[in-house]
Design a protein. Structure first.
Length: 392
């Protein structure tokens, strides 16, 4: 295994178990290193610090172990066993009410560049680095060994997420078994997951707890679900007894999936309607019709250089929504942009309330669920921010 040595004084963060080594911290490295290579990291005193994947870029090494290891099947079996123990302790793995959750969550579970989602027997792997992509078959073998009969198929969906595709071929494919779209339950609600054609790995699992919370605020109310994707929030609102639910998304495929999910859960569809339309266009053409609104847009910023533009985007869309809400309404508003801090997001929403001339109170501050853990040494992993607001 090849060796990278850090500059003097640049080992403090890794000693605190932060998993990223930046290019400016490196003193020496082998000249023949290739993207995806497994490397060991040392300091100037020749003390071992960690093992990770090398990548030519700002983040040069992503650490997946702080002890010397051979990243073989046994290593990954230990990782998966540890992560499943957390999911079982928090009531997800082996639950009778939910059979969709995240098995491995990047840095939060000590595996930067990798996520694995579980859909009622089907595991969907998605890699974001070449190093993790090259380990996909080993990870799949470990998943089968640990989860046994709980795994019927494993699908690798890395074609559009792993970098450096110009260097090697990446295609989505089954690594174990086969499956078509799968039906899952989440908090006793049913959803049809199309992990092949759907966004991300097929479903926004990270909103599970927030969908459950929405049920507390939906009975007999008029609910608008913006950027609805496949209608997770819409199903939750209808299950809670909403008088009217409207789902809006610009994707015709997403809206078609919304209808399938509604039909899975209800026989009476009269309380739901959907619109394949740009959210901004839709909002411009309505009056004050809704007293509960879910605003869950895609990430407005994926890099720091687009942060200012993203914050303006969050401010503008929240202002537009607040202006169209009935008095004494509930707004669930979110940001999934990792580079947007909780403080920045709150300030954008605060500015929106001033521009909309609405008095607003914070009822809940939301984040990602327990199967999307944030390692205390890697605060950058807290990407999902949400607020539940009372809009007077």
């Amino acid at each position: 295994m090849q060796k990278i040595v850090l500059k003097e004084g640049k080992d403090e963060s890794i000693k605190r178990f932060h998993p990223w080594i930046f290019s400016g911290a490196i003193f020496t490295q082998p000249s023949d290193l290739q993207n995806g290579d497994v490397v060991e990291v040392y300091n100037q005193k020749d003390e071992y610090l960690g093992t990770g994947h090398y990548h030519k870029g700002t983040i040069t090494v992503r650490i997946f172990s702080f002890r010397k290891v051979n990243p073989d099947v046994d290593f990954w079996k230990q990782k998966i066993t540890k992560s499943l123990a957390l999911r079982e302790a928090t009531g997800l793995y082996k639950s009778k009410h939910t059979n969709v959750f995240r098995i491995l969550h990047g840095e939060g579970d000590g595996c930067p560049g990798l996520i694995v989602d579980y859909y009622n027997g089907v595991a969907v792997i998605q890699t974001h680095t070449k190093g993790m992509y090259l380990m996909r078959n080993t990870i799949a073998e470990a998943l089968v060994a640990v989860m046994k009969q709980d795994i019927t198929a494993i699908y690798d969906k890395s074609e559009h997420t792993v970098g450096d595709k110009e260097e090697f071929s990446v295609k989505n494919e089954f690594l174990y078994g086969t499956s078509v779209a799968v039906e899952v339950i989440e908090n006793n609600n049913k959803y049809l997951i199309d992990f092949v054609e759907g966004q991300k790995t097929g479903f926004f699992i990270d909103q599970r707890d927030n969908r459950l919370l929405l049920e507390q605020y939906s009975k007999s109310r008029s609910v608008l679900n913006l950027f609805c994707y496949t209608g997770g929030f819409s199903v939750a609102a209808l299950k809670a007894g909403a008088e009217r639910v409207v789902s809006v998304d610009s994707s015709a495929k997403a809206i078609a999936q919304v209808q399938k999910n509604i039909e899975l859960n209800f026989t009476d569809f009269s309380h739901h309607e959907s619109h394949t339309e740009d959210v901004f266009d839709y909002m411009q053409n309505i009056g004050k019709e809704y007293d509960t609104v879910i605003l869950d847009p895609p990430a407005f910023a994926k890099h720091k250089d687009s942060l200012d533009r993203a914050l303006k985007g969050y401010r503008n869309i929240n202002r537009m929504v607040m202006e169209k809400m009935k008095p004494n309404s509930i707004l669930f508003t979110f940001s999934c942009s990792q580079v947007v801090s909780k403080f920045d997001f709150r300030m954008a929403v605060f500015s929106a309330s001033l521009l909309a001339h609405r008095q607003v109170k914070i009822l809940h501050q939301l984040t990602q669920p327990t199967d999307h853990p944030v390692h205390i040494c890697h605060p950058e992993g807290e990407y999902l921010k949400g607020l539940v607001l009372w809009v007077e």
